[in-house]
Design a protein around this ligand. Structure first.
Ligand SMILES: Nc1ncnc2c1ncn2[C@@H]1O[C@H](COP(=O)(O)OP(=O)(O)OP(=O)(O)O)[C@@H](O)[C@H]1O
Ligand SMILES: [Mg+2]
Length: 335
């Protein structure tokens, strides 16, 4: 936990999060002090959910897919890299309050203190069978890149510092999240990283740390042009830092089936991407997502299992697991 301290059980109870529980999916875990739980996959997969366009459902997709994973018996960790703290608040309803009192660790510690992720991950024992944990964000997260830059400037000012020394420092700073998340390898099945709506230091760190990238896309021409920019950035990350980073898939989200442009989106994407680049299931536009968000829950806790939104995300999750486990598919998806 923050500063190397583990949260005591009483604090963990406070962190239990949402008030809207369903009995079905909230069985309590015996041991609430550990992250994760028994693992199902042969290795840990780190999935960054990213696109620089604001509001394209990055957070909803990351949190809902992580919840689906936990409900399906996988051990999962959500890493919140956005200072808006939406993912943090989804799982830890009183996060702001706890952070103000210094009782909550933060992903910033992975950069500032080089903290391993298993020490800053907060278990959520009373939801999702205790199989989900969160590395919280904080409102001041955007200050991190500036303070790291300041470290470099100070080093530059020291006599005898070569330009390449500072270049190495920059590379090391960009790899701190990757190093921190290495502590989760073998401890959880899946890590979902939620990112901010930009291509800055924090998003780049998340792409460097990932095995896979999932891109949620809402049907608008701005999102389509943004996707081109994103793919170009992805190529740079691969070239310079992470050659193994693979495109897990583009998830069409907030689709309105009655709108012609929305129905045509898949065809338009097919001009550039292979079918395997796209998740077969669309997430349709539904008020239930906003309602769940407003109550700091996921749709699985807010709506019944017969709700189309619930079924859609479960279908996407099953597709996701198949993609992770089928190297052939992954190769095609990589283009
Ligand atoms: N399928 C959906 N149908 C309707 N509304 C949705 C759907 N999915 C998400 N939303 C809503 O859309 C809004 C934006 O979603 P979300 O916060 O997940 O996007 P984001 O990409 O994380 O945004 P940001 O770039 O600001 O971080 C939220 O109000 C959310 O509740
Ligand atoms: Mg978000």
């Amino acid at each position: 936990m923050a500063g190397g301290k583990r949260l005591v059980p009483r604090q963990l109870k406070i962190l239990s999060g949402a008030r809207h529980h369903t009995m079905l999916w909230n069985e309590k875990r015996e041991d609430s002090s550990d992250i994760g739980g028994p693992i199902k996959l042969a290795s840990t997969h780190i999935i960054t959910v990213a696109l620089q366009k604001g509001g394209c459902t990055k957070t909803t997709s990351a949190c809902t897919l992580a919840a689906a994973a936990a409900l399906e018996g996988y051990s999962v960790c959500v890493v919140d890299m956005d200072r808006q703290c939406n993912a943090t608040n989804t799982f830890i309803a009183d996060a702001d309050d706890l952070q103000e009192k210094g009782k909550l660790p933060s992903v910033a510690d992975a950069f500032r203190k080089k903290a391993p992720a298993d020490e800053i991950a907060v278990p959520i024992p009373q939801r999702f069978g205790g199989r989900l944990s969160v590395v919280p964000s904080e409102r001041a997260l955007d200050a991190v890149p500036y303070s790291l830059e300041a470290e470099i400037k100070i080093a530059q000012a020291r006599p005898g510092t070569a330009h390449l020394d500072t270049h190495e420092m920059q590379q090391e700073q960009l790899s701190r999240l990757k190093k921190s998340l290495a502590a989760l390898k073998g401890k959880v099945d899946l890590v979902f990283i939620d990112t901010p709506p930009d291509l800055g230091f924090l998003t780049t760190s998340a792409l460097i740390a990932a095995d896979w990238v999932l891109v949620p896309l809402t049907p608008s021409k701005y999102d389509l042009s943004g996707l081109q920019t994103f793919m170009a950035n992805l190529a740079k990350v691969r070239r310079n830092f992470n050659p193994n980073l693979q495109l897990l898939g583009i998830l069409l989200s907030r689709v309105k089936k009655r709108v012609l442009l929305d129905r045509q989106l898949r065809e338009r994407l097919a001009e550039t991407f292979k079918p395997k680049h796209l998740f077969a299931e669309d997430i349709t536009d539904s008020a239930v997502h906003r309602q769940a968000l407003a109550t700091n829950t996921t749709i699985f806790e807010y709506a019944s299992r017969s709700e189309p939104a619930v079924q859609q995300y479960l279908n996407v999750f099953h597709e996701l697991v198949n993609r992770l486990e089928a190297p052939g598919l992954a190769e095609v998806a990589n283009g």
